[in-house]
Design a protein around this ligand. Structure first.
Ligand code: PMP
Length: 433
């Protein structure tokens, strides 16, 4: 007999019945969240949660300036980006102004996957080649090309074995866990550069190299000093282009740096951005040089109906204004530094805390069963996230071993909220999970 229809009140069962199962949601028994405010989420019963994972809502939930700007624009005009209106020029100028020269030419799309996909296609069209080198343990999106360069086994256990032939990979440059540790991590850059040159010697025509400037999906791992300088130089030497995926880490979140690649002292040829760019509204961008954009024109076609529409442009501009006016990059630096210090202090008292990755308000607390073997505390991490939820904190695991707490809250996080999170984590680590 067919399964009985879910009750109209059971939105979770209706979600399961109406959507594909691969679309996962947070927690086995998630609270039903219907409102948000700054770094807080409120469920149907009026219970308040501290949102420590939401890098999409970077300027805070339900920001009144976004609501007003969107409302105003919707009363005036929203149409496809083929029409002539001022908002798209305003926004593209403002976005390009946040990036260093020669990154001055903007494409507007609707998501991070689209941005990563277009970035790869730009590299292929501009070089007339089709092979890409990507860092392992990364996630870049679900579209055909962005998925091809995503090798995180947390999202797809067969990821490495199922890559198309045009995808080549280099080691995840993880100085805590990986083939090279501690001071030895300085070898990741030269090794990746050597691999790029070796591929070229073998006849592989490399169009580009893609990675996150800080390995977000792997847990907020800062690349070793000089890594990107070394690898970008090798990629350019063999005729390829350097692509930075800033979807997670860019736009002020790192505190000290507005863009992740600044931490490495390099300038990529192509930058992909999304998530916080639209504060939850679908908005992504690729920023590159005029020359690369022009070369794409000779081989590819680009049009996005809603990418850069009047509404998305106005929302994008408002997000940049809020980041500036509310000093959110500075807040990420101040609150993030104190938060990281307090999390590191937890490590002096709780052996399960292996290390704290990241910078600003992009941190990763890695949990291990043994600090020598680094055996990942995967089940403990899941249980700790469940327990934190009971204590009013939304937290999720990340990384290939799902043993890193991904800490990427709205950038307006207050000191009090940051302290509440550490206090609750301290309580869980002290009393069990
Ligand atoms: N790149 C990175 C680094 C990401 O983390 C993600 C999303 N998690 C994407 C690209 C894809 O973005 P979207 O979900 O907006 O398509």
């Amino acid at each position: 007999a067919p399964a009985p229809a879910p009750s109209p009140d059971d939105a979770l069962a209706r979600r399961g019945a109406a959507l594909a199962e691969v679309q996962e949601h947070y927690y086995a028994d998630p609270p039903r969240i219907e409102r948000g405010w700054r770094e807080l989420l409120i469920d149907l019963d009026g219970r308040v949660y501290l949102d420590m994972v939401n890098n999409v809502a970077a300027v805070g939930h339900a920001h009144p300036r976004i609501a007003e700007a969107a409302n105003h624009q919707l009363h005036l005009l929203n149409t496809n980006s083929r029409f002539h209106y001022g908002a798209i020029a305003d926004y593209a100028e403002r976005l390009a102004a946040t990036l260093p020269d020669p990154l001055d030419t903007v494409f507007l799309v609707n998501s991070g996957s689209e941005a990563a996909d277009l970035a790869l296609r730009l590299a292929m069209a501009a070089t007339g080649r089709s092979d890409i080198v990507a860092m392992r343990e990364a996630y870049h999106g679900w579209t055909f090309a962005s998925d091809a360069v995503s090798t995180s086994i947390a999202d797809n256990p067969n990821a490495l074995a199922t890559r198309p032939a045009w995808v080549h990979t280099v080691d995840a440059a993880n100085s805590y866990r990986g083939s090279r540790r501690g001071a030895d991590a300085a070898a990741y850059g030269p090794e990746a550069a050597a691999h790029v040159r070796h591929l070229a010697d073998e006849g592989v025509e490399i169009a580009g190299f893609i990675c996150e400037a800080i390995a977000g999906n792997a847990g907020g791992i800062v690349l070793p000093d000089g890594y990107l300088a070394e690898v970008y130089a090798a990629v350019r030497e063999v005729g390829g282009l350097a692509i930075a995926d800033e979807v997670q880490v860019g736009l002020g979140r790192l505190g000290e740096w507005f863009w992740g690649f600044e931490q490495q002292g390099v300038v990529p040829d192509i930058v992909a951005v999304a998530k916080s760019l639209g504060a939850g509204f679908p908005l992504g961008a690729v920023v590159t040089t005029r020359e690369i954009a022009d070369r794409y024109r000779t081989q590819g076609y680009f049009f996005s109906s809603t990418g850069g529409s009047p509404l998305s442009s106005v929302i994008g501009s408002t997000v940049l204004e809020i980041i500036r006016d509310e000093h959110l990059q500075h807040n990420a630096q101040e609150v993030g530094a104190r938060l990281k210090g307090r999390l590191e202090e937890l490590g002096t008292r709780h052996p399960l805390v292996g290390t704290v990755h990241g910078a600003g308000l992009y941190l990763g607390l890695e949990l291990v069963r043994d600090r020598e073997t680094l055996e990942p505390a995967t089940e403990e991490t899941a249980a700790i996230c469940e327990r934190l939820r009971e204590l009013g904190v939304i937290m999720q695991p990340t990384g290939d071993h799902q043993n890193v707490l991904k800490i990427k809250p709205p950038l307006c996080l207050s000191q009090g909220s940051a302290d509440y999170f550490v206090d609750m984590l301290d309580r869980v680590l002290s009393t069990g999970w």
